[in-house]
Design a protein around this ligand. Structure first.
Ligand code: PEP
Ligand code: MN
Length: 358
C-alpha cells in the first residue's frame, strides 16, 4: 500500500513501521540498555519514551520529566541514529521536548479527549515541524478522535498520524482497552490521508496478546505499530504485564505477516476469523469459570442437604437468558438449547461434587 496522499511520519512504506520503547523511562541504565538493543532492530524507526506518566490513580510512578529528557539528549549526542518520541500533555511538555531535541511526540488518550487541553497543547505546537501522533481517547467515538486530529492540522502541523490504543467499554472481553476495529476503519474512511498506527500493548494489557493484536492491525493494513519494550519487563515501574523484551520484539517482528492486496477478501476474512477465534476462546474461559462456580455451589448445597437440581432457580435462569437474548435479537430456541446443555453439565458436575463430599 502506498501512502501517496499521506503526510506521513513514514517517508517510505517499510512495513511494518515500528515504534518501540519503554512505557516509562525509569533510570539512565534502563534507557541506555533499551536504546542499545532497539537500534539494532532495523524496523524500529522511533524509540518511545514516557517521561510524564498519566496515572489513573494517585501514588504511582509519574515519570522523571526533564531529568529523563536530558539523558535522551546525551544519548543522541553519541548515537545520532536513535530517534525518540515522547508523550506530551501540557504546553510545558511541548517546550521541554523542543529544548531537548525530541524527534516526534504523541498525545495520549487522556489528553486527546479533552478539547480545552487539545487547544492549549496544539497552540503550543504552532509552527513546529514535528511528527505528532494522536492516540484515540478512551471513549468509543470516532468524532472525538477526528476532532483531536483536526486541532493538530489546524495549527499547521504537517506530519500528523493517529494511534489506535483501544477503547474503554463496559464488557472489554479481556482486553485492557477493547480494539473496536470498526472505529479505526471509520477513522480511515473519514481521514484517508492520516496514517494510523496500532498500540497493541495498551489494547491487550498483557504481553501474550501483543502478537495477535499486531497481526490483526496489519491485516487491516494499518501503517505501523507502537509497542512497549523494556529490558526487564517484569520489573517495570509502569505497565509491567504488557511490556516485552527487545529479543521478544525481534521474534514478534519475524513472525508478523504482511499480506498482499489491500482490499483482498482474504485479508478481511482473516481479520474476522481472528476475531471469531478470540471470542471463542473467551467463551470457553467463561464456561470454565461457570463450571467452577457450579462446583462451589455444590459444596454449599451439600452442606445444607439440598439437591443439585433446583427447578425454581433453573426456570428463573432460563427466563432471564431468554429475555436478554431476545433484547439482543438472538433466537430464543438457540439460547434455550445452549442453556439446557449448560444446565445439564452443571448438574452433572454438582452431583459428582456432592458424591465426593459424602
Ligand atoms: C502510553 O503510551 O504510555 C500511555 C499512557 O498510553 P495511553 O495514552 O494510550 O493510555
Ligand atoms: Mn504504558
Amino acid at each position: 500500500m502506498e501512502n501517496k496522499n499521506r503526510t506521513s511520519i513514514m517517508t517510505s512504506r517499510q512495513f511494518p513501521y515500528i515504534i518501540a520503547g519503554p512505557c516509562s523511562i525509569e533510570t539512565q541504565a534502563q534507557l541506555q540498555s533499551s536504546v542499545d538493543q532497539l537500534i539494532r532492530i532495523p524496523q524500529v524507526k522511533l524509540i518511545r519514551c514516557g517521561v510524564w506518566k498519566p496515572r489513573t490513580r494517585p501514588g504511582g510512578f509519574e515519570g522523571l520529566g526533564e531529568t529523563a529528557l536530558a539523558w535522551i539528549k546525551e544519548i543522541k549526542a553519541t548515537t545520532p541514529q536513535a530517534r525518540f518520541c515522547c508523550e506530551v500533555a501540557r504546553p510545558e511538555h511541548v517546550a521541554a521536548c523542543q529544548k531537548y531535541g525530541i524527534d516526534a511526540i504523541w498525545i495520549g488518550a487522556r489528553t486527546s479527549g479533552d478539547p480545552f487541553s487539545m487547544n492549549e497543547l496544539t497552540e503550543a505546537m504552532r509552527g513546529w515541524d514535528i511528527p505528532v501522533m494522536v492516540k484515540n481517547a478512551p471513549t468509543p467515538d470516532v468524532k472525538t478522535w477526528i476532532g483531536a486530529i483536526e486541532r493538530c492540522c489546524q495549527v499547521g502541523l504537517k506530519q500528523v498520524s493517529a494511534v489506535h490504543r483501544g477503547f474503554d467499554i463496559y464488557n472489554n472481553m479481556g482486553f485492557r482497552n477493547h480494539p473496536l476495529w470498526e472505529i479505526v476503519l471509520e477513522l480511515r474512511q473519514a481521514m484517508p490521508e492520516i496514517p494510523i498506527l496500532c498500540d497493541p500493548s495498551h489494547i491487550g494489557g498483557k504481553r501474550e496478546w501483543i502478537e495477535m493484536i499486531s497481526q490483526m492491525a496489519l491485516d487491516i493494513n494499518l501503517d505501523g505499530l507502537m509497542i512497549e519494550v523494556h529490558p526487564d519487563p517484569e520489573k517495570a515501574l509502569t505497565d509491567a504485564a504488557q511490556q516485552i523484551t527487545p529479543a521478544e520484539l525481534t521474534r514478534l517482528i519475524d513472525r508478523l505477516m504482511v499480506r498482499d492486496g489491500e482490499n483482498s477478501g482474504d485479508n478481511e476474512l482473516h481479520y474476522l476469523r481472528k476475531n471469531i477465534d478470540h471470542i471463542d476462546s473467551e467463551i470457553i474461559k467463561l464456561l470454565k469459570q461457570r463450571l467452577d462456580t457450579s462446583l462451589q455451589i455444590a459444596e454449599v448445597k451439600g452442606r445444607y442437604n439440598m439437591s443439585a437440581y433446583q427447578p425454581k432457580r433453573w426456570e428463573e435462569v432460563l427466563n432471564n437468558k431468554i429475555a436478554q437474548a431476545k433484547a439482543l435479537g438472538i433466537s430464543e430456541t438457540f439460547i434455550k438449547e445452549i442453556y439446557e446443555k449448560i444446565h445439564v453439565e452443571s448438574i452433572r458436575i454438582q452431583e459428582s461434587g456432592m458424591r465426593k463430599m459424602e
